[in-house]
Design a protein around this ligand. Structure first.
Ligand SMILES: Cc1cc2nc3c(=O)[nH]c(=O)nc-3n(C[C@H](O)[C@H](O)[C@H](O)COP(=O)(O)O)c2cc1C
Ligand code: SF4
Length: 646
């Protein structure tokens, strides 16, 4: 299956087996009719004709079963086992799938009655047998309707067809994106968190893609104002963001579904994953909370943005707050939550006037669930979901040991859905424009776009929206960089030469120990030392340990101190054993914390030792080749007091 994804293979398998089943069923029907009219087929004895009829019937059943199984297994279309068996209950293409279910049920009735023929008598069996012939026209109708719909939205999945199909499919390299400031938000070089201003240059957007049809669901689809192009989440260049009238003019009111769980199949069909770092499938969390809910679920929009190098949630809340608030309402409806919380980093909350925006929405009657804004401390761990649940419940923002997981027992012990605010904004767009539209950008396995914070070699930082599958070289300038940090401070360094062959895709990055995370990309200028940069960030990460788990509390400072010594920040020549100590201690903290903080920190440090191997050797000799000692990666001054956890 080289080059073709398993999901694509499932799609082809379900279609191919469907076609073969129909051909076989047609043959069975034809033989049945001929035999009944003439008693036999020309040139064949009766026993042979009956044998042919039986064997073709059995073969048809086998193909139908494979057809149904592959259709259910294909994650692109949202078909449950119940929808395959019970006619017209599917949220996805109810008519065409319903016909398929009728045909399947008729076939099942035929098989069961054939097996029980001895007990039910020949007359009853014959009656059912004749009825079963009705499954053929129904199957034909099913075959006309169903593929006709999702063949179009499936378009980009076919090898070699779509710009977004990416290198795994052997597609041609997409045209370079426009770099004309379309999706804009920029941070001043090494600015503090609040020093952001509308972008004037530089944000990269992915290549424009054709708009896809709204594939799944039975709700009327709006036409996306962005068509198939970008930006989707942020307002177009030159247009102010944040205004409710402009938001309603562009996207219309919140498209409620009127019933718990009805949005979930669309989210599943869209293939939306979380944009807070872990890229977890959103529909699975929605399903889990909806199932765990006993009338008191809570949804939380996570805008803690504890990662110092990330500014995308701040940009989103400033430029498109109403998309986030729409997404929060829709998520609340999807899981049946009666309470919604927006958890926003304290300094961002101060600058975004969210309460004012919510009052405006109240005036228009847009929201069904009241939203409470809870300020989050500006700490690296404050956005980890169990720390979030603890703070919103009135405790400190420190991670807790799990299980139970937050979706089971989170805020105030209730089932809690925590989604990154960007995830919620995508949800609000999927509810309006449909899964097919969503999948028109990105790759088949990683559909859609994501907001990225791009740190360029000149020290500028911008927030841009890019489709998955976009070449990294189109996002950050690599020609004068030595390495790129991908995925932020729990991410990994990649040499610039290698990064120039990579794309914004977890499938491509994962084998290198990297992942897209929350969309941070930082191109390290040639005059900075990657080891020194890593040591500064590692010190910050060690200080950010919540101090609850021994290996993290004691291990991370030891690792950070060894790295500082190696990088020449400790004011002495590194000990000859410092690298081996570093590697050993890193191994001791890994996998031994209540949260992923130690693991993420170790991953980041290990990637530095790998990528900056030459620098490590230089530093062991007491030398550093950096031309500038100015810090490149943003590192906050650090917590002023321990009380900063609340
Ligand atoms: C150390 C750590 C820090 C995190 N910080 C954030 C954060 O600042 N914002 C965020 O949305 N998710 C953060 N997460 C991920 C959350 O725990 C959670 O998975 C996420 O908010 C779920 O939303 P999503 O599925 O929409 O991404 C962090 C996770 C870890 C382990
Ligand atoms: S692993 Fe570290 S950061 Fe995570 S809970 Fe334990 S002490 Fe806190």
């Amino acid at each position: 299956m080289s080059g073709i994804t398993s999901s694509t293979a499932l799609w082809y398998a379900s279609r191919a087996t469907g076609v073969v089943s129909l051909v076989l069923l047609s043959a069975v029907m034809l033989i049945g009719i001929l035999v009944n009219r003439q008693g036999r087929l020309p040139g064949l004895p009766r026993f042979a004709v009956l044998g042919l009829h039986r064997n073709l019937s059995l073969l048809a059943v086998v193909f139908v079963v494979v057809h149904v199984i592959t259709a259910i297994a294909d994650s692109f279309v949202s078909i449950s086992l119940a929808a395959a068996i019970i006619p017209f209950v599917s949220a996805y293409e109810p008519l065409w799938l319903g016909l398929g279910a009728v045909s399947l049920d008729l076939m099942a009735a035929l098989i069961v009655t054939s097996l029980l023929r001895r007990y039910i008598g020949r007359r009853a069996w014959r009656a059912v047998h004749w009825l079963a012939y009705a499954s053929w026209p129904v199957a034909v109708a099913h075959s006309i309707g169903w593929p006709g719909h999702d063949v179009h939205s499936r378009g980009p999945r076919r090898p070699g067809l779509a710009a977004g199909a990416g290198p795994r499919l052997g597609a041609a390299r997409p045209p370079r994106p426009r770099l004309d400031g379309l999706a804009g938000f920029a941070a001043a070089p090494h600015a503090g968190r609040s020093a952001m201003s509308p972008a004037t240059h530089g944000p990269a957007v992915a290549s424009p893609l054709m708009p896809g049809p709204g594939a799944a669901g039975t709700w009327p689809r709006r036409q996306s104002p962005a068509g198939g192009g970008l930006p989707r989440l942020l307002p177009p260049a030159g247009q102010p963001g944040g205004d409710l009238a402009a938001h309603l003019g562009r996207h219309g009111p919140v498209p409620y579904r009127g019933e718990v769980a009805r949005l979930i199949p669309e989210v599943r069909a869209a293939g939306l994953t979380g944009r807070g770092g872990a890229a977890f499938p959103v529909h699975r969390k929605l399903e889990a909370v909806a199932a765990a809910d006993r009338g008191g679920a809570i949804v939380v929009g996570n805008a803690a943005e504890g990662e110092p190098a990330s500014h995308k949630d701040e940009a989103l809340l400033r430029l498109a707050p109403h998309l986030v608030l729409d997404g929060l309402q829709l998520a609340a409806e999807a899981v049946g939550a009666a309470r919604a919380v927006l958890y926003v980093r304290r300094d961002v909350h101060a600058g975004t006037r969210l309460e004012e925006k919510m009052t405006q929405r109240d005036g228009r009657g847009l929201d069904r669930v009241a939203v409470e804004v809870v300020p989050a401390p500006a700490r690296f761990l404050a956005g980890e979901e169990s720390a979030l649940a603890s703070l919103v419940s009135g405790g400190a923002a420190v991670p807790r040991f799990t299980p139970p997981r937050v979706f089971e027992r989170g805020v105030d012990g209730r089932p809690t859905l925590v989604q990154n605010v960007e995830t919620l904004a995508h949800l609000a767009l999927i509810a309006r424009y449909g899964p097919g539209w969503f999948r028109a950008a990105g790759t088949p396995d990683e559909p859609g776009t994501m907001l990225c914070t791009l740190h360029q070699v000149d020290g500028s930082a911008t927030v841009a929206e890019a489709a998955f599958g976009t070449p990294l070289a189109d996002l950050v300038s690599l020609s004068s960089a030595t390495a790129v940090l991908v995925g932020g401070y729990h991410g990994a360094w990649i040499p610039a030469a290698q990064a120039s062959r990579l794309r914004l895709s977890n499938a491509m990055l994962r084998p290198l120990g990297a992942f897209t995370g929350a969309g941070v990309l930082a191109a390290l200028p040639a005059d900075r030392c990657g080891l020194v940069e890593t040591a500064r960030v590692a010190r910050y990460l060690a200080l950010e340990s919540a101090g609850q788990c021994g290996p993290c509390l004691n291990g991370l400072p030891a690792v950070a101190a060894a790295l500082a010594e190696l990088a020449g920040l400790a004011g002495r020549r590194p000990d000859s054993r410092v690298v081996s100590d570093l590697i050993r201690w890193a191994g001791l903290v890994e996998g031994r914390g209540a949260c992923h903080h130690p693991d993420g920190t170790v991953r980041f440090i290990r990637s530095a030792l790998r990528v900056f191997e030459a620098e490590v050797r230089e530093h062991q000799r007491g030398r550093c080749g950096a031309g500038s000692s100015l810090p490149f990666l943003p590192v906050p001054a650090g917590p002023s007091t321990d009380a900063d956890w609340s």
